[in-house]
Every structure is written in C-alpha cells, then in structure tokens.
Design a protein around this ligand. Sequence first.
Ligand code: SF4
Length: 338
Amino acid sequence: MTDLPKVRAALAAWYERWKRDLPWRRTRDPYRIWVSEIMLQQTRVAAVIPYYDRFLERYPNLDALAAAEEQELLGMWAGLGYYSRARNLQAAAKEMVRLGGFPREYAAIRALPGVGEYTAAAVGSIAFGLPHAVVDGNVIRVMARFLAEGGEISSGVTKNRLRDAAEEFLDREAPSRHNQAVMELGATVCTPRDPECGRCPLSEWCEGRARGLARELPLKKGKTVIRRVERSLLVVMRNGNLLLWQRPPDAAILSGFWELPEPHQLLKAKFGAALHEFKHSITNHIYHFQVFEASVGRWSPEVESGLRWVRVERLADIPLSTTTRKALAGMAQLRLFA
Ligand code: SF4
C-alpha cells in the first residue's frame, strides 16, 4: 500500500468530521465498551442503543453484572437474541471480579468468555489503545475494495491477506480512532450494495474504485467480476468532415475499422458540450461512453496524430466500429447528421 500516512490522515479527518454520535463513543470505560461490542455482535446499531442504555443503568459496572440474578439478566437481554452472549457476559464479569478488574492486555481480553479476535481487538484498541486491527465483514469489504483484491473471499488465503493488509493499514499511533473509522466507513459509506465512492476519504487511493470494481468486490464464490469502464469519445467536425482514426491491420481486435478519437489522442483539442452517452457491453466489461463535441482550431491532427478527416457522406461506405456507430447514431437522433 502506498501513501499510507496520507491515507490514514484522510480517514482520520473524515471520521472526526462524520462519525455518528453513538453512546459507546462517549466513554473510554472498558466495561461499557466491552458491553457495547458484545451487544453489537450479530445485532444492528439501532437495535442495540435502547438495550445498551437500559443494561448499563441496571448493571453499571463489573460487580453489578457479576452479582446479577440470571433470570433478570436474561430478561434484560430479551429481544436482542443470541442469549449465550448474556451468559458469557456474566461469566466474564465474574472472572474479571476474581482477577481484580478489567484486563489491559490483548491476550487476557481475548481469553474472556464470549470474546473472539474481533472483540478483543476492538475493546483493546478503543479502551486501552492497543495496536490490534479489527477485522470483521465491514473491514474485509473495505480492504478488498481498497486493494482490488481479486481472490474469492471464502478462501482462507484471501482472508489472511486482507487481515495482514488491515494490520499494515492500522495507525499504531491512534488505533482506537483508526479502527472505529474503518468500521464506520464500512457501515456508512463503503456499504455492501451501494459504495458511495464520491464521498469516501479513501477514493483517491482506492484501486477498486479506479478499476470500476467497487460494487463487485469482495468476490464471492462462483461470481464473475463485471468491470465498469468509463470512456470518452470526441466528435470533431471541420468543413463537412469528421475526424476518425483507423485501427492498424495488425490490431488484436477490429483491425481496419474506423473509430472516433479519444481525449488522449487529441491532447490539443478543446472540449465542448457533452452530446450524449451510451453503454456498450463486451463479455464481462460494461463500457460507459460519453460523447463530447471538440474542436482543434487551426491545428492539423492528421499530421501529428495519424487521424484522418472523412467526409460525412462517406461514413456509410467505411467500416465503423460498433461503439462509433452507436455514438453517431445517438447524434443522428440529435439531428447532428440529419
Ligand atoms: S472509494 Fe469506494 S470502494 Fe473504495 S473504499 Fe471508498 S467507498 Fe469503498
């Protein structure tokens, strides 16, 4: 990963500006953070909030939870589901009371009943600043898209690669903020179905976005990646001629066909209005073309760039590529070639 300090800084700034105000973000108390993380296992944030407040009012600390009557405890949990979480919470509270308080080391937190790697990393980093990256479904998705990871997500090798990447990405100076920021990004911006790359702090460096793969990743088993590619075509007219280029005889595809130029072929051209747009699919690529009017002034692109002026009346007599025909057909509808 390149530019890591810059990427981390952009993520941190975004988080400070846009983070949701959630009750467990207003405390550094490990007990409260731990309760929130256990409740958030398999349960949505909105569903947890009322339970969290009520639970902490009734059991404000480890001693109160350890001494709770089991039936009452399960009653407080009723509706949240996965009741083994409540039983594990109490077993862990009893263990911590016996140990003399909340452990401050990762291994000891991880050893508590009901605490897996994810929860240990979350509690350890948020409450004590321990440098362990959280890795859950949200984080895996963000990392897979950020790196354009092409491996199937069900594979252990792929998961380990993304886990290592999350560790490398971790801001060791501020693991609490960093972990919460990645999770927040996955929950609110880089969401499973509809990643909003336009408002994502990572977009400048995100390979998945750059390759048009954000929606397709992470790759599920048996799924083919559909690549979305943005392209532009230029319509340059002069005295009844249209500027085109011909694919060379040894081109791998469409040899000898004529096409509208793209911006990189006409660096001195001036762009005008967008005329129209269309999509064109080839196997697992969806190309999104935008067609622009452009002018070249007195410059002679046919000399420097190997393009040719072709009389508009001759267009029907030469082989035009499908995309160029689609572009010109769209323009005929606009009556430019009527
Ligand atoms: S740019 Fe898009 S795909 Fe990449 S991390 Fe951000 S939201 Fe996800």
